[in-house]
Write a protein that binds this ligand. Structure first.
Ligand SMILES: Cc1cc2nc3c(=O)[nH]c(=O)nc-3n(C[C@H](O)[C@H](O)[C@H](O)COP(=O)(O)OP(=O)(O)OC[C@H]3O[C@@H](n4cnc5c(N)ncnc54)[C@H](O)[C@@H]3O)c2cc1C
Length: 410
């Protein structure tokens, strides 16, 4: 059997790991390296993700995969602190005292918010797909808590589509972040970077005969004799992990378009901490980025010989060409950083960085097989209502099983 996988991100590599045990697998990858949203830069001798990443204790499939491929001993759990930047000030929001001191919500609002957070884990997410996050929060907690607390988070992630996003997405985020003790939240990271995961998957699949053609976008495909011809080569089965609208555009079956947004992420090398020890700083004040993610307030800076910080921005449609400049100018003036003190700067832009989980999104999710094509990735059901490494691993594993079954049953 000849199998082609479109896209060498995490989902494509996980599927290849399984499929290459019994089939001849070729991965076509648009970029110069595999990894997709989980690819990394090499800075000095260290690997740094192009987009900030951590994992959660509940990511059971990711943890099993790490064990299967011999990387469990690299997994470490470190404190991931959060905070809010409001009216020009950093407010750490980790301990009960810090939360009590936060001036933008009353004590009563905080108590209601705490109760709401504790209940979030019991909510059935599928029931919340048709309600907007805004309507749900305003109904349960009132306009003030929405405006002061939730709206900045939604704005930083979805921009002006904030009021279209479903309560399903928001509650899943609240639930995952509620899994913390009094000492704060512990997040997972691979010592040496998630690059190790991508590298190991590619290496094992390669040993099993899988060929990864990097710098090779799939540009044309057509259905032929029960199989597919992709970029002029015939395959018995094709798995697409690229956005459904992209696969339709290059000749695949007609698929419903997934509402996507882009991510623009600037990574800066610095010589000092800017966010007062906070790992994840949400911007309550409007800025051309929604969060400042100080990677080295999560991972010890000694490993990199300096400080690493991300400016995280999402965009709808096309990225405005001046966004990178606005991001760095704003950051320098707002946080008092001299531009010449920035040791190095990298910019990652991905137009299909994640679905926008608008109300009714669940109905857009494509099945694993449609029109003779297999499909899985950050748009699949295991990635609802938020895409993650875990979701792409589950969807890659499940689709590979379906493809094997299809071979067995003819
Ligand atoms: C800013 C950001 C932060 C994130 N943080 C976290 C986090 O902290 N924790 C977590 O669990 N998850 C996080 N994620 C999500 C996680 O990275 C993704 O869910 C996962 O990596 C997606 O893998 P994938 O293979 O499904 O998709 P992708 O990584 O998008 O892979 C698709 C691949 O297809 C390739 N491609 C596209 N078009 C073509 C074409 N025409 N031909 C050939 N190849 C093509 C792309 O180059 C890419 O390599 C984050 C994502 C982003 C963007």
């Amino acid at each position: 059997m000849r199998v082609c996988i479109l896209g060498g991100g995490l989902c494509g590599l996980v599927a290849a790991l399984q499929l290459s045990k019994s089939s001849e697998v070729t991965i076509l990858e648009r970029d110069g390296d595999p990894g997709g949203c989980l690819s990394s830069y090499q800075i000095g001798g260290a690997w740094v993700e192009r987009f900030y990443h951590h994992c959660f204790a509940g990511d059971s499939h990711l943890l099993s995969l790490l064990s299967e491929i011999g990387l469990s001993d690299r997994l470490e759990w470190l404190k991931g602190t959060t905070g809010s930047f409001a009216d020009g000030k950093i407010y750490p929001l980790n301990t009960p005292l810090e939360i009590l001191r936060y001036p933008y919500l009353s004590a009563l609002d905080k108590a209601r918010l705490a109760l709401f957070t504790m209940r979030a884990r019991r909510q059935k997410l599928e029931d919340l797909d048709t309600v907007t996050a805004r309507a749900f929060i305003v109904d349960r907690l009132g306009e003030k808590i929405y405006t002061q607390f939730f709206r900045p988070l939604l704005m930083s992630k979805f921009g002006d589509r904030e009021d279209e996003v479903s309560a399903g997405w928001l509650i899943s985020r609240v639930a995952i972040r509620s899994n913390r003790g009094l000492s704060g939240e512990y997040l997972g990271y691979l010592k040496g970077g998630f690059h190790l995961l991508i590298e190991r998957l590619a290496e094992i699949a390669g040993r099993q005969g899988c060929v990864i053609e990097t710098g090779t976008p799939a540009t044309r495909m057509e259905r032929k004799d029960g199989g597919w011809v992709v970029n002029g080569t015939r395959y018995d089965q094709v798995l697409s992990t690229i956005p459904p609208q992209e696969v339709t555009r290059i000749g695949g079956p007609e698929l419903p378009a997934i509402p996507y947004q882009g991510a623009a992420c600037m990574t800066l090398g610095l010589d000092r901490d800017i966010t007062a020890g906070v790992y994840w700083l949400n911007m309550k004040d409007p800025a051309p980025y929604g969060a400042v993610v100080s990677h080295t307030n999560f991972i010890p800076p000694e490993r990199y010989g300096g400080r690493i910080l991300y400016l995280a921005s999402y965009f709808q449609g096309k990225m405005e060409p001046d966004l990178p400049q606005r991001m760095s100018d704003d950051f320098c003036s707002r946080f008092g950083v001299a531009p010449e003190s920035i040791r190095w700067k990298k910019m990652a832009v991905e137009p299909f960085a994640g679905p926008v989980y608008i109300t009714g999104y669940r109905n857009h999710i494509p099945a694993y097989e449609q029109g003779g094509l297999f499909l899985a990735g950050m748009f699949s059901l295991p990635n609802y209502p938020e895409r993650s490494m875990e979701g792409s691993i589950v969807s890659g594993t499940e689709v590979a099983r379906r493809m094997e079954e299809a071979i067995t049953h003819g």
